[in-house]
Write a protein that binds this ligand. Sequence first.
Ligand SMILES: *[C@@H]1O[C@H](CO)[C@@H](O)[C@H](O)[C@H]1NC(C)=O
Ligand SMILES: *[C@@H]1O[C@H](CO)[C@@H](O)[C@H](O)[C@H]1NC(C)=O
Ligand SMILES: *[C@@H]1O[C@H](CO)[C@@H](O)[C@H](O)[C@H]1NC(C)=O
Ligand SMILES: *[C@@H]1O[C@H](CO)[C@@H](O)[C@H](O)[C@H]1NC(C)=O
Ligand SMILES: *[C@@H]1O[C@H](CO)[C@@H](O)[C@H](O)[C@H]1NC(C)=O
Ligand SMILES: *[C@@H]1O[C@H](CO)[C@@H](O)[C@H](O)[C@H]1NC(C)=O
Length: 895
Amino acid sequence: MVPGPQTSCQCFLLLPLLLLLLLLAAASPGQSRPSSVGFSLAGSWLLRNRDGSVALEARVPGCVHSALLQHGLIQDPYYRFNDLNYSWISLDNWIYSKEFRIPFDFSKVRKVNLIFEGVDTVAEVLLNNVTVGKTDNMFNRYTFDITKEIRELNTIKLLFQSAVSYAAQQSKAHAEYRIPPECPDPVQKGECHVNFIRKEQCSFSWDWGPSFPTQGIWKDVRIVSYDICHLDDFTFTPTYVSSAREWNLKIEAYFDVVSSKPLGGQVTVSIPGLQTHQIYDIELCPGQSMIPLLLNVNKNTTVETWWPNGHGNQTGYNMTVTFEVEGGYHIEKLTKVYFRTVELIEAPIAGSSGLSFYFKINGLPIFIKGSNWIPADSFQDRVTSDLLRLLLQSAVDANMNTLRVWGGGIYEQDAFYDICDELGLMIWQDFMFACALYPTDQAFVNSVRAEVVHQIRRLKSHPSVIIWSGNNENEAALAENWFFVPPSKFQIYARDYVTLYVKNIREIVLAEDQTRPYVASSPTNGAESIAEGWISRKPHDTHFGDVHFYDYGSDCWNWRVFPKARFVSEYGYQSWPSFSTLEKVSSAEDWSYNSSFSLHRQHHKDGNTEMLDQADNHFKLPQNSDPLVMFKDTLYLTQVMQAQCIKTETEFYRRSQNEIVHGQGHTMGALYWQLNDIWQAPSWSSLEYGGKWKMLHYFAQHFFSPLLPIGFEDDDVFHIYGVSDLHVDYKMMLTVRVYQWSSLEPVCSRQTEYLVVKASQAAPLYKEPMVELLKRCGQCTRQSCVISFVLTAGGELSSPTNYHFLSSLKDAVGLEKAQITAKITQQGKVYSFELRTTAIAPFVWLDVGSIPGRFSDNGFLLTEERKTILFYPWKSTSVTELEKSLRLISLADIY
Ligand SMILES: *[C@@H]1O[C@H](CO)[C@@H](O)[C@H](O)[C@H]1NC(C)=O
Ligand SMILES: *[C@@H]1O[C@H](CO)[C@@H](O)[C@H](O)[C@H]1NC(C)=O
Ligand SMILES: *[C@@H]1O[C@H](CO)[C@@H](O)[C@H](O)[C@H]1NC(C)=O
Ligand SMILES: *[C@@H]1O[C@H](CO)[C@@H](O)[C@H](O)[C@H]1NC(C)=O
Ligand SMILES: *[C@@H]1O[C@H](CO)[C@@H](O)[C@H](O)[C@H]1NC(C)=O
Ligand SMILES: *[C@@H]1O[C@H](CO)[C@@H](O)[C@H](O)[C@H]1NC(C)=O
């Protein structure tokens, strides 16, 4: 039992009274009433700028930009150069106001609170012309006592200050030393000093996103009144006691008690699915009172654990917790509780210096595969739970089991974590600090402390969250001196770093949540960083912790370029979104690769050139006299390049899972940068703004497949590894086929005996010297042939068909322009595309423009004359519509 630290009267008492198999009749709830009443102020407000020249109605939750857009006062802020045209919006100071009546009799109520779930960001809050509070942290919940100010008819007003001017002011006030970086790279066209404001860091621009430093009330706001007590927070975390082989559930209920003397009561916890029903006596102390409960889950029933996607079910149990408080009050919470354990294993590895870095879920080591999540829109009011579900389901459909909620965005909304729980997506949760140094003056630290406590209590009941991480890349920024701080000043910044991520954030995590690991940064060397005083000399060391890896200059088809690290939590290459996505925010004059629009949308210095340079390693660059075709072909080629690069890199990480080579390996995580987009622009994402799958996302479905043969060459020997994330061994046959580019018939084909593909392993299955392979398939040269391979076990079980190129495709001999036709038919809710081809075709791409949905496969190497692909629409469509929109190309078409 862990006693609540902030109980003021030391009088809490916990007596498990009864443990019954079946539900007891709850103590006559008919006679009790809710302990608090409240109502939301969400809906219509008045909005005006400081000089009153703009005035309009605005929705809450929402922001100024969205209100202006909804009233037609601005165009789509994502259209063309509007991010620059509309920078005035963020520089003005806006006022939100509303008149409201209290719909209940409050005259005898002891306490009335005004609760903001989220204010973006700097505002003074006035109720009936009296300042009741101030806000300066977008990630905090604010509760203001308005008992004295509340009337029957009220005016509430929020005077916002521009986040941009506030950040500049705070930076200026920090006179002793500068806190870099001052401003983003000019190519980002962003605002300065974002590290001085607790606001979504990428809202001042990022290397994939625009600068829209919003103002507004971005979450619910409500008024709550109570006489006795109010339940402010409610958390529950299961732990497994292996010695007793039983699950305990720790419940913590945080009350504000306004009674002047301790209050008696009872709490009933009921989990019918586990025949668990328990009643406790409780005592609530005046003031802030935390009630901790420790529940033993009925030992006689089997608790089904929650598993990540691909490893089992996401079983959860309904739980009802009812508090009955002296005086006839009650509070009821209905939730879902999931049981799982998580461990981060940092232990010595045979044959290697350093330590492992991998996760065990429910005692089982799990290879972490997935991507990094950024905010789905600059304007959070547009991010609906339907959109979140679409994006997260796409992650699951690509066989991902983990997303990292990156520290330059936001702590996501509740619906995000609910959906992740339900889908089995694990979350690496950063705290919101990224790519910068941060101040540690007392006001800043206090604000961060409140933020961290609030977010942990909001999120820790979710099984999906498996780790807390202090920041994104700030340890590396210091260790590698990204911001050119003079060596003599290093200690000042090192002290600030430790103050923030160790002495404050880590301390709070340890106090609030003992069920998850904490790392101070990503990347970090984990235990080794700690041993070196939290700032490791080499935070990208492959022998420890996680690494982030980017190298745009080297040839990405060469796996030797990539780090054989323990865990790779970021890596990636850029591509452009499809034409149908760009078309929505551009006009005809923009549709060329070197247009001012194309340069404007690229926020990564030299990014457009880098993409073509990388593509040029292995592909011919598009040549077409029609500028629009040329543009579309170039967009396509950047996606081909990106998909193939990240395929090579991810396959390298997955096959490095079980081996140690020169002390490196045992790679147990691959999270590429980045899953989604914030707007329509070139970026590292695999999903476009709105959710359309890029070629990379279709590739991810294969390279993250639970069963996968991976081919590569080492010293002119061709190897195939078998990779399995499954829990049992399978006997499978490996079929290796070699095709000439000029023929749909394989020149040779070989099938192995049954081989054992071991559970949770990556192991060599096959090898053949390249000269022998070429000789065996007599008509082959490296330029004229390609290898494909697949694992099968008869029946349903098989891997995706994988392939290995023997030369750059710009040198391929015999590759013809394939004539590919598609016959589309409707089959219930899906559409079938029956393809016929006249020749082998690499990177076959089916594009139905803006019709929302995804294909069963895309971007594939077509080696069969006929192949059927399904289209899963996300909105209703028709064969005619699909036929009209379909554009079908493959690599040779762009030559
Ligand atoms: C937006 O700005 C661009 C140049 O920055 C200008 O050419 C264009 O007219 C502006 N558009 C609007 C709608 O103000
Ligand atoms: C609001 O208060 C200020 C001073 O606090 C006063 O000058 C002003 O007249 C008041 N406004 C209204 C509408 O009461
Ligand atoms: C568990 O089973 C034992 C033996 O059948 C029984 O005595 C006990 O009451 C059961 N406990 C619960 C909590 O159901
Ligand atoms: C998952 O749930 C299904 C259906 O309830 C059940 O048949 C199956 O055994 C469960 N799988 C595991 C691994 O528990
Ligand atoms: C759990 O609760 C939900 C929502 O209240 C309900 O729809 C569902 O049927 C419940 N499940 C079980 C197993 O009782
Ligand atoms: C873009 O401009 C550069 C430099 O002027 C040129 O080398 C390149 O070929 C152009 N690219 C395209 C796709 O037009």
